[in-house]
Write a protein that binds this ligand. Structure first.
Ligand SMILES: Cc1cc2nc3c(=O)[nH]c(=O)nc-3n(C[C@H](O)[C@H](O)[C@H](O)COP(=O)(O)OP(=O)(O)OC[C@H]3O[C@@H](n4cnc5c(N)ncnc54)[C@H](O)[C@@H]3O)c2cc1C
Length: 502
């Protein structure tokens, strides 16, 4: 399901992307992945005169960034009380101001480069409609004001329903993320950067002090590599698959058929509900998002898009639904991104990941940290996010869940006999069945055409589960996703599934 942002194909029409590496290349920095993080790094580095080569597996912004909500804010839900309690006052303050600076950095890029991406200053609200949640809102408000930040506690917002309380951050913003990325691409190419689309990096190796990235049967030699693939596709070293999971959220864009108030909103607790307005042609539309769950875990249309549609119909009864889409983001076990050297063994290979659904600002923070590392400059925020940190795991429940999930999907579920037989699979649905003792993933389309795949993730071998909402095979361990015909869609896997001829 395509997002509102990706519905305008012409955005990338006049950009001169390359699509085939047909010789070995030598460059200063090889960036793998062209979402907001990879392209922001590319923007800053080409501006500084570095020779940059960017490899993108698919099309630009086809993954998380093309499906985001596009709020640019330092208000990351309820977060600052948690940060202060877990890491102390200075840490929480630096996190807040790093993200505040990122809003200004994004605005500076847009102004300096004349990027037309619907950037608009907005107030951001985290709200509750539940009296029992008032104490946690007050605690968060106190934590934020203790950091010296000027926010407001309010009881009235532009939402179409009454709230009990909300914390308002002023001078936050929203934009059209795909138009922004197109603007970054133009700047990079203008400064002699190269962007290769439909080009998958399959490995990176060290060669003395250089790095060799392998893609399309060729080698890209560079002094530095940036892994900007959302979820790192390299498992060893790094071991990111032991310290992150992915969470999926859903969005609808509606024509509300009435005037909307300004502001960006997010509920204080689960199930998350998020709201923002956006331009679509000459209309002003409303985005309603939320209903998150761990990627690869079972969910239904009714519990995801269905709930968002209920909200739309309740408050905007005449509304039309224009777009529905979902995507996912990486969440680390301590809720902080991983930014910096990928591993101590590969110090000039960098990573930025684990943006926990706040990657618009955090990708800018990450890009500045990594660019400073490449230039040999000190960055006052880099200590917050060290990618090689070995801190005690604070989120024990999530760690346990991840271990249980991996053990089940890697071992136990593979031993269980599937409960479904071939005949029981309905049209336009899928399931795992057993054929001659082997598990086979079957999808029957609307005309009962059959697609058969080996339902084992090409990342680390977990048993996949059927996602009946998007008609995909999803990995419950690390969040990779494959189309019903086996084509790889989402990282960390980058290889397609084996298929069976019928
Ligand atoms: C539903 C939802 C709503 C969100 N809303 C907001 C919001 O309002 N505000 C906010 O701040 N954040 C939000 N986020 C988070 C934000 O969208 C992400 O953090 C951000 O887009 C991640 O950017 P990225 O560049 O790391 O990843 P991506 O945009 O996924 O880019 C990674 C790129 O790497 C490519 N790639 C992968 N593997 C390879 C390979 N082997 N070789 C070459 N290329 C490869 C992929 O194809 C992809 O294009 C939201 C997230 C979700 C899930």
């Amino acid at each position: 399901m395509s997002s509102l942002w990706l519905s305008q194909n012409e955005i990338f029409e006049d950009i001169d992307f390359k699509s085939n590496i047909n010789e070995d290349i030598s460059t200063d920095v090889c960036i793998i992945g062209a979402g907001i993080f990879g392209l922001t790094c590319g923007y800053y580095l080409t501006k500084l005169g570095y020779k940059v080569t960017i490899l993108e597996k698919d099309e630009i912004s086809s993954k998380a960034t093309g499906h985001t909500t596009g709020k640019i804010t330092s208000q990351h839900g309820l977060f600052y009380d948690y940060l202060t309690n877990s890491y102390g006052h200075k840490f929480a303050r630096d996190y807040l101001y790093a993200n505040e600076e990122a809003i200004q950095n994004i605005k500076n890029i847009i102004d300096e480069e004349n990027i037309n991406c619907d950037f608009k200053y907005q107030n951001a609200f985290v709200y509750t409609t539940n009296k029992e949640e008032l104490p946690i809102i007050k605690k968060e408000y106190k934590a934020i004001t203790d950091l010296g930040y000027n926010c407001e506690l309010v009881t009235k917002t532009g939402l179409p329903f009454n709230i009990v309380s909300a914390i308002c951050f002023k001078n936050q913003a929203d934009f059209h993320p795909v138009k922004y990325l197109a603007g970054l691409c133009k700047c990079i190419i203008k400064r002699n950067g190269e962007i290769y689309i439909n080009t998958t990096a399959v490995d990176v190796k060290m060669d003395n002090s250089d790095y060799i990235t392998y893609a399309n049967g060729h080698q890209i030699k560079s002094k530095f590599v940036i892994i900007a693939t959302h979820y790192p596709f390299i498992n060893f070293p790094g071991f990111y698959f032991t310290k992150m999971y992915q969470s999926t959220s859903y969005l609808i864009a509606i024509d509300p058929k009435r005037t909307l108030a300004n502001g960006m909103y997010i509920s204080a607790t689960s199930p998350t509900l998020s709201f923002r307005t956006a331009s679509y042609g000459n209309k002003e539309v409303l985005l309603i998002g939320g209903m998150d769950h761990k990627t690869g875990h079972p969910s239904s249309y009714k519990d995801t898009y269905g709930k968002l549609e209920e909200v739309a119909k309740k408050y905007y009864p005449d509304s039309d639904i224009l777009f529905r889409w979902d995507t996912r983001d990486c969440i680390s076990l301590d809720k902080l991104p991983y930014i910096g050297s990928f591993s101590t063994a590969m110090p000039n290979m960098f990573v930025g990941t684990g943006f926990k659904k706040w990657g618009m600002t955090l990708s800018n923070v990450a890009s500045n940290i990594i660019v400073d590392k490449i230039c040999g400059n000190y960055n006052k925020y880099s200590y917050l996010f060290k990618a090689t940190r070995l801190k005690p795991i604070k989120n024990h429940d999530e760690f346990k869940n991840m271990l249980v999930q991996s053990t089940n999907s890697l071992l136990l579920d593979k031993l269980k006999r599937p409960q479904t037989s071939f005949d029981e699979i309905a049209s336009n649905s899928g399931s795992i069945i057993e054929v001659n003792g082997q598990k086979v993933g079957i999808y029957k389309d609307e005309n009962d055409k059959i697609y058969a795949v080996k339902p084992i993730c090409t990342h680390l071998g977990c048993l996949l589960s059927w996602n009946d909402i998007d008609k995909t095979w999803d990995c419950p361990c690390h969040g990779s996703r494959f189309n019903f015909d086996g084509k790889n869609l989402y990282d960390p896997a980058f290889k397609d599934l084996d298929t069976y001829d019928l």
